[in-house]
Design a protein around this ligand. Sequence first.
Ligand SMILES: Cc1cc2nc3c(=O)[nH]c(=O)nc-3n(C[C@H](O)[C@H](O)[C@H](O)COP(=O)(O)OP(=O)(O)OC[C@H]3O[C@@H](n4cnc5c(N)ncnc54)[C@H](O)[C@@H]3O)c2cc1C
Length: 417
Amino acid sequence: MNNTIYDVIIIGSGAAGMIAGITAARANKNVLLLEQQDKVGPKLKATGGGRCNLSNTLSNADFMNSFGRNGKFMSDALNLLDHKDLIAFLGDIGVETHIPDGFRIFPVTHNSSTIIKALEKELIRLNVTLSLNTKVLRLLLENEDIVGVQCTKDDESAKFLSSKIIVATGGLGFPMLGANGDGYDFAKHLGHQVTDLYPAMLPLLTKETWVGECKADTIAKAVLKIDLPKAKKLKAVGDLIFTSKGIRGPVVLDFSREITPFLETHKEVPILVHMLKGMNEEDLRVHIKNEVKHNNDVTVLNTLIKILPESIIKELCKQVQADYTLTFKNLNGQIRDNLIKILISTPLTITDHVGFKKAMITRGGVKLKEISPKTMQSKIIDGLYFCGEVVDLDGPCGGYNLQWSFSSGNLAGHLLS
Ligand SMILES: Cc1cc2nc3c(=O)[nH]c(=O)nc-3n(C[C@H](O)[C@H](O)[C@H](O)COP(=O)(O)OP(=O)(O)OC[C@H]3O[C@@H](n4cnc5c(N)ncnc54)[C@H](O)[C@@H]3O)c2cc1C
């Protein structure tokens, strides 16, 4: 056993754990950072397709709104470190950032390794003890007080001592990057409640097999809505891509966090997809009329080709038994109406998702009401802190989740009681 008593032990070297270590060490704390993998920041490396979309320019109020009902929990963490402070913090450790589209913030190198190297360098400069290949098995308690952690280090048993522990173990998504759900088990073992956990930000599978014929077709600014009475107000807008068995793309990544909980209860989730960039039925009829005016013999396929990819037109026509080689005029009236309806609002049925192995985010986590938003400290066990994705907060695509990990890790690292 290592007899050093650390001021704080941090479990997990993602964005949350590393910034927590830096903040605590800058306040002269003796910090031990434990990581089960052989490198720090394995998930951080994969973020943004390796480019690391670390935050965005939303105001704190709008940022919190994007996380839904629980978003206000982030107020103290954001007041201490919002996107501007994060840019300044990264600048101080040598990472220049920029905002190429005026919204999403990246390192100028567009390489997540730049951030990981800078965070690691700062941890080393501050004499944080980094212990890699060290898997925490359980948190140790004596008379209800935190005293340390039991681990395996390089496959040998090891014990480390501290009265303060920060759990920054992340979620369940992408297990090959270190996600394993240990943090939820630690929390439950010490009396915390963990909400139901769902995979989020992931491709979805559909009952309709016709989507496979449209594989790789991309629809810009598609609108997705859940067609269930309780969820009529839920919608998302963005790029949609068809796959051999379903749908993916930015809008699907964002919307999947709304759909996966419904899948648990409903088994199938009907959705409506609008692919015509806001055109309503009347606009579509005018478009058709104009095309026909221009060329009386134009086929259904060629009438629609300017507004939808060919394979989608053909598949939607098949759905309503419309012959796309005919002219609109020669279509049966009912079939024409059905075609216009399905073009304006295409029904799809989500039957499954690809699971945690491809989920960029976990929806759910350690219950917020049992954590102080002012400190990230447990309200149940003194000296126990949670930060990052392990907590019950998840945001959409666009730097939200990393900003939360940085903000909450920074707050936890202040170790206020
Ligand atoms: C492919 C992909 C791309 C993404 N892109 C973006 C993006 O561009 N922008 C964005 O905002 N978000 C993105 N996200 C989400 C974002 O990466 C996470 O929300 C964020 O990294 C979570 O940080 P964290 O510090 O809480 O946890 P993690 O980064 O998951 O870190 C947790 C660490 O704890 C370690 N650990 C777990 N259990 C133990 C244990 N028992 N003992 C020791 N160590 C342990 C793990 O090995 C891991 O290194 C992406 C996610 C994925 C999977």
